[in-house]
Design a protein around this ligand. Sequence first.
Ligand code: SF4
Ligand code: SF4
Length: 175
Amino acid sequence: MSFKVKREPVRSSWYLPGILVGLGFTFKKMLQNLFNQKKMVTLNYPEEKYQYGPRFKGNHVLTVKKDGSLRCTACMLCATNCPADCIRITASEHEDPSVEKFPISYEIDILRCVFCGFCEEACPVDAIRMGPEWQTAALNGSEFTYDIRHLAYRPQLKGGVPSVLDDQERHSAGI
Ligand code: SF4
Ligand code: SF4
């Protein structure tokens, strides 16, 4: 059995014209980006960071009451609804009898999180929100487990994010 080899014309195997066209395009874009940086479609990360809108579901925040304590009542609804099973809460009784319980430990394993927002939607008291922060880089494994100190009091939150529930309570009391 014999095979016939179909030979392409020699001109079609010249790669040089295509390479030159590609290099020319790259060079043209390089000059455009050098002399007209406002039109660049990319950002100079990390010096420039993209600002997502307020509806973006980024890093979690545990909100606080007016006195700065956690709004969370340790009801476990967020952990129960989390499809990635990445929320761990340890509840404790509160010394104030008007507060049923509160979390002495609240941790999110951010490497397991899929940023679905179910925890935020499940929370009945606006105690957990997902904000516009999206950077989760860290240097060692333990930094990927976000604890209460990180979730509620990290420096970027400037003392804590107030829960909307407090505002509603104040509004309904006519204060
Ligand atoms: S965003 Fe989704 S996966 Fe992440 S902690 Fe909340 S419920 Fe779990
Ligand atoms: S964050 Fe909300 S849903 Fe989760 S335990 Fe606290 S109060 Fe419950």
